[in-house]
Design a protein around this ligand. Structure first.
Ligand SMILES: Cc1cc2nc3c(=O)[nH]c(=O)nc-3n(C[C@H](O)[C@H](O)[C@H](O)COP(=O)(O)O)c2cc1C
Ligand SMILES: CC(C)CC(=O)C(=O)O
Length: 359
């Protein structure tokens, strides 16, 4: 699919942060608080960015770049580059076509996309519009029959992996969102969850009625027995949980703190990656997200053990500013920056990237 024309993007928009600045004017204060915000004092979200700045790259010169490429292989597929769209909910908050616009932008840049359980377009319709492998992000539902229904719909629609998010059994305490009075606007809904009972309204997350619905490690064996799709656990942030994930037989993990949106005060995802990669020891692929805003960030994550990275908020900013073109442009910027960073650090291929690129 041809890359959509970028002529409608102002020429001063050259980096992902430029999209963030522009996107603010394209949504109301409450939607901005939901998307740009994180939990509590947002320390972890800030850390996700600052930690990347602290990591220093080691430049290399005069290398041979014949046949250079950003290609990767993951779960039996070749991807043109290692940048995926992270699952994010409610794309219709920022664009009337919602995830249909996003998937078009992803296709233009040959990027893999993870579709959220809380998408605002039917997962079948997103799959029908896709030109690249899609993965389905799964939140375990209070009723296991509903979880299995989502899984079989995703399988039937051709999704190639399940990304089971495990770090948000309860929503983080997002004070910015609360202060702005964010509510999902009328007419925007998580359409794939229609006709499902909501979790019981409880005063406390320690209420037994609430606790009864919380997913546990033992549920992974149950899920495994109901699908042949690879299961990737999203939201691993400790070596201890990485070891349990291996024991549970998952096919991959995403090192993530949910963009700082769940437990504030946890470390940057990139800072936890090395210890987790050591624990995993190359047995299953590791993806990473949280704070990726530059091609150099992608390079640093790959150097520390990730096979690929995912990008959350900047995709929504691109979508808000210019629909599919904005999404494609965000991905294009990252890919171009990654190529430049690889060239200047002496890495002609993704496989050649190692901890050596860091000082
Ligand atoms: C608005 C918004 C909605 C999100 N919705 C989901 C979701 O539905 N499922 C999920 O697993 N993660 C969700 N996430 C987390 C992202 O998948 C990802 O972990 C995070 O955004 C990465 O950080 P970044 O935004 O700094 O790139 C959401 C993040 C944002 C900003
Ligand atoms: C619907 C929400 C649970 C989506 C989410 O994970 C988020 O907003 O971070």
């Amino acid at each position: 699919m041809p890359v959509p024309p970028l002529s409608q993007i102002p020429s001063h928009v050259v980096a992902l942060d430029d999209y963030e600045a522009l996107a603010r004017a394209h949504m109301d204060e409450a939607a901005w608080a939901y998307i740009a915000g994180a939990s509590a004092d947002e320390c972890t979200m800030r850390e996700n960015h600052e930690a990347f700045c602290r990591l220093k790259l080691s430049p290399r010169v005069l290398g041979d770049f014949t046949g250079a490429s950003t290609k990767i292989e993951l779960f039996g597929r070749t991807f043109a580059h290692p940048v995926f769209l992270a699952p994010t909910a409610f794309h219709k908050l920022v664009h009337p076509d919602g995830e249909l616009a996003t998937v078009l932008g992803a296709a233009a840049m040959e990027a893999g996309m993870v579709v959220s359980t809380s998408a605002t377009v039917l997962l079948e319709d997103i799959a029908a519009a896709a030109r690249m492998p899609l993965w389905f992000q799964l939140y375990m539902q209070p009723d296991s029959a509903h979880t299995l229904e989502l899984v079989s719909r995703a399988e039937a629609a051709g999704y190639e992996a399940l990304v089971l998010t495990v770090d948000a059994p309860v929503s983080g305490l997002r004070n910015r969102e609360q202060r702005a009075g964010f509510q999902i606007p009328f007419g925007i809904e998580p359409v794939n969850l229609r006709n499902r009972p909501a979790l019981p309204l409880c005063d406390s997350v320690f209420d037994p009625a609430y606790i009864a619905h919380l997913p546990r490690w033992k549920d992974l064996a149950w899920l495994r027995s109901h699908t042949k799709l690879p299961i990737i656990l999203k939201g691993i942030l400790s070596a201890a949980d990485a070891a349990l994930a291996l024991d549970a037989g998952v096919d991959g993990i995403v090192v993530s703190n949910h963009g700082g949106r769940t437990l504030d005060g946890v470390p940057a995802a990139i800072d936890m990656l090395p210890a987790i990669a050591d624990e995993i020891g190359g047995r299953i692929p590791i993806l990473m997200d949280g704070g990726i805003r530059r091609g150099t960030d992608v390079l640093k994550a790959l150097a520390l053990g990730a096979s690929a990275v995912m990008v959350g908020r900047p995709i929504l900013y691109g979508l808000a500013v210019a629909g599919p073109v904005g999404v494609a442009h965000v991905l294009k910027i990252l890919r171009t920056e990654l190529e430049v960073a690889m060239l200047l650090s002496g890495c002609p291929t993704i496989a050649s990237i190692s901890r050596e690129v860091l000082v």
